[in-house]
Design a binder for this molecule. Structure first.
Ligand code: ADP
Ligand code: MG
Ligand code: ZN
Length: 447
């Protein structure tokens, strides 16, 4: 049995916290300047360090050498409130999820009367404070407003708006945030070194992505990967499979097929997505992420590694080759189509069908080299040639080859019923015709 990573690495001082400088710096300054409030509210997404910070703050306040911004770590209070400690009598952690009523508030009021057993303050940490009922909060109001000198409150919650305003206004409110990928990547890298595990290139960015900015979730994912690794080495293949990401090779295949306009290869890749039991939505999501990376590479060239953290060098090289083949404009056109598909896939009964239609759209419209700027876009092969420099004829209909507007009637921005929808290659026909831009960015001229 090993203890979970996120417990073994729970920070014991504010300096060890990552990505929450907006909270830790002012708190440390206040502690140094001896400007300590009597009630604090820590809010923010789950797993970002609220409970941890509440414990650190308690540790700072009750340290024998304190109040201090950096607990000494050796006094009784510091040891008891540290990672291995059993907790201190004077720091009461209350899980508001199960102690949320008036009776619990009364009980707390009675406990607050007594002076601390040993340390400077009696500190109440109310975790998941949004679970306290309004009656419970009201019963606490007087105490939170004017607590005895020896009492401090720390509320921690994911939903500060559910903490009644009268309580909130009596606290110092510190908002926690999701941690940025770059900081998180540094942190897990350092952690892997400390743990003595080797991780194949490209794995940690996936871990960071799977963690969604929450240090706890990120550490849990890493923990699981380490647990399932052989000889202390986490391989890329296992990580990708476990986390359900699309293997990079499959993305490469699709992107290369787009570049070559190779429909057979593109559909074969899609088939493999489905046959290997991957979620089509996830695939489209991953494809979009890849396109975004390619757009960044196309725009920044050699500077891309400063933006795309943790992408292995060989992958960057491959991506810059792909980016050059496409060019930024074509990439962004493909990305538009993929975004559209992602929208339509949520709730779609057949995500596979949507995925295949998306591939078809990309191949039809964006896989071909972009027209030279200024030139009008060529209509899709086989499409009816629109009359040029001619008034659109009433009743004549021509679907836009960029967005299927008119064809499916999906685009609110395009006039369809009883009128014509015109592709930009049909020349603008005068003031009486509405010009609109469709979702795919094409301009439509309708009668
Ligand atoms: N800012 C952070 N820096 C470093 N580790 C963190 C941070 N936030 C969370 N963690 C990790 O996640 C675990 C859970 O954090 P916790 O404070 O319980 O989150 P919350 O109360 O916000 O849900 C901690 O034990 C720690 O390992
Ligand atoms: Mg918590
Ligand atoms: Zn101490």
């Amino acid at each position: 049995m090993t203890t979970a990573l996120y417990r073994r690495y729970r920070p014991e001082t504010f300096a060890e916290m990552i990505g929450q400088a907006q909270v830790t710096e002012p708190l440390m300054t206040a502690l140094r300047g001896d400007r300590i409030g009597h009630a604090y509210l820590f809010s923010g997404p789950r797993g970002c360090g609220k409970t941890t910070s509440a414990r650190i703050l308690a540790r700072c306040l009750n340290c024998a050498a304190g109040p201090t911004d950096t607990p000494c770590g050796t006094c009784d209070s510091c040891v008891e409130l540290g990672r291995g400690g059993g907790g201190s009598l004077d720091v009461v952690e209350i899980d508001a999820a199960s102690h949320n009523g008036v009776d619990d508030a009364r009980d707390l009021r009675e406990r607050a009367v007594f002076a601390p057993a040993r340390d400077r303050f009696k500190i109440f940490i109310l975790d998941e404070a949004h679970m306290v009922t309004p009656q419970g909060f009201n019963a606490l109001l007087k105490l939170v407003e004017e607590p005895p000198d020896h009492v401090k409150f720390i509320f921690a919650t994911t939903e500060p708006e559910k903490v009644i305003g009268t309580i909130r206004s009596r606290t110092h409110h510190y908002p926690f945030r999701l941690v940025a990928p770059a900081a998180m990547l540094d942190y897990v890298e350092q952690l892997c070194t400390q743990e003595g595990v080797s991780v194949e290139p490209g794995v940690l960015p996936l871990v960071v992505r799977a963690g969604g900015g929450s240090p706890r979730d990120t550490l849990s994912v890493l923990d699981q990967l380490i647990a399932g690794s052989e000889d202390g080495a986490v391989t890329s293949a296992r990580a990708v499979a476990l986390l359900g990401y699309t293997p990079a090779e499959l993305l490469d295949e699709v992107v290369d097929a787009f570049a070559a306009g190779d429909a057979a290869a593109a559909f074969a890749a899609v088939d493999r997505v489905v046959q290997t039991g991957q979620d089509p939505r996830r695939f489209v999501d991953d494809l979009l992420e890849r396109l975004r990376d390619l757009i960044v590479v196309a725009a920044t060239g050699d500077g891309a590694s400063n933006v795309l953290h943790g992408v292995p060098a060989e992958e960057l090289e491959r991506m810059s080759r792909q980016a050059v083949t496409f060019g930024a404009e074509r990439l962004s056109r493909i990305a538009d189509i993929v975004v559209g598909a992602l929208d339509e896939m949520s709730g779609a009964t057949s995500p596979r069908l949507q995925l295949e239609l998306m591939i078809a759209r990309v191949l039809a419209r964006a896989a071909a080299p972009a027209p030279a700027s200024g030139a009008e876009q060529a209509p899709a092969p086989g499409a009816e040639q629109a009359p040029r420099a001619e008034m659109p004829q009433a009743g004549r209909f021509r679907a836009c080859s960029d967005c299927t507007a008119g064809g499916t009637g999906r685009d609110a921005g395009v006039r369809r019923t009883g009128t014509d929808t015109w592709h930009p290659s049909a020349r603008r026909t005068g003031g009486c015709h509405a010009v609109r831009t469709c979702r795919a960015g094409a301009r439509h001229v309708g009668a």
